[in-house]
Design a protein around this ligand. Structure first.
Ligand code: SF4
Ligand code: SF4
Length: 181
C-alpha cells in the first residue's frame, strides 16, 4: 500500500482537571446537529464524560470505532486510588452499552475531530473546555493510505451486522421506490 504524509490530529486528556461541567458534550452535539447549532442533546455528543461523584471520577472519553461484538473480558483500572468501571476507558460503540449511539436511530457515533470546511483551528470541545482538560495536538506522520469510511458507511455497516445484508438491501430498495416521484 502507498505511503502518504498525513497530519495526525489528537486530543490529550488531562482528566484530573475535569470538573464534569459537560460543556464539551453540549458543544459537540450542537456542532453536529443538522442544521448546525439547531439543537443541543448531549446524548448525541461524540465525547462523553464518564462520571462517578462519590469516587470523584470525571473522565472525558471520545467516541472511537464501532465494534460489532462485545469484548470477551473486562478490565478494572485503579489509578491514584480511584477505581474505574469496566468499560470506562473504552471508546467503542458496541452492543453491550448505549454509549456513543445516536439515540433515535441507534447508529454508532464517532469523533471526527470537527471536520469542517473551512477547517477549524481546533475542535469545538477543546475550544469550550475552560479548564484546559482537552489539549489539541497535530503531528505529521508517514502512514499507509487508507480508505476512510464516512459516517453513513459506518452506520450502514452496523445495520448490516445487526439485520443482515439482504434485509438492509430490501429495505433500501423499498424506501427508494416509495421516494420516487
Ligand atoms: S468541558 Fe472540560 S471540564 Fe467540562 S466536562 Fe468537558 S472536559 Fe471536563
Ligand atoms: S473533536 Fe469535535 S467531534 Fe470530536 S468530540 Fe470534540 S467536538 Fe465532538
Amino acid at each position: 500500500m502507498a505511503k502518504i504524509k498525513k497530519i495526525v490530529k489528537s486530543i490529550k486528556v488531562d482528566a484530573d482537571k475535569c470538573n464534569g461541567c459537560r460543556a464539551c458534550e453540549i458543544i459537540c452535539s450542537a456542532f453536529h446537529a443538522s442544521p448546525k447549532y439547531s439543537n443541543v442533546n448531549p446524548a448525541r455528543a461524540r465525547i462523553q464524560v464518564i462520571s462517578h461523584r462519590l469516587k470523584n471520577i470525571w473522565l472525558p472519553v471520545f467516541a472511537g470505532e464501532y465494534a460489532p461484538a462485545e469484548c470477551m473480558g473486562r478490565n478494572k483500572y485503579v489509578i491514584d486510588g480511584k477505581e474505574y468501571d469496566d468499560c470506562a476507558f473504552c471508546r467503542a460503540s458496541c452492543p453491550s452499552r448505549d454509549l456513543f449511539k445516536e439515540p433515535d436511530s441507534g447508529l454508532p457515533l464517532k469523533c471526527d475531530m470537527c471536520e469542517d470546511d473551512p477547517t477549524l483551528s481546533r475542535p469545538k470541545c477543546v475550544e469550550k473546555c475552560l479548564n484546559n482538560v482537552l489539549v489539541y495536538e497535530e503531528r505529521e506522520e508517514e502512514v499507509e493510505e487508507e480508505v476512510r469510511l464516512e459516517d453513513v458507511e459506518i452506520g450502514v455497516e452496523s445495520m448490516i451486522d445487526k439485520y443482515g445484508l439482504q434485509k438492509v438491501m430490501d429495505t433500501v430498495s423499498r424506501i427508494s421506490m416509495s421516494k420516487k416521484p
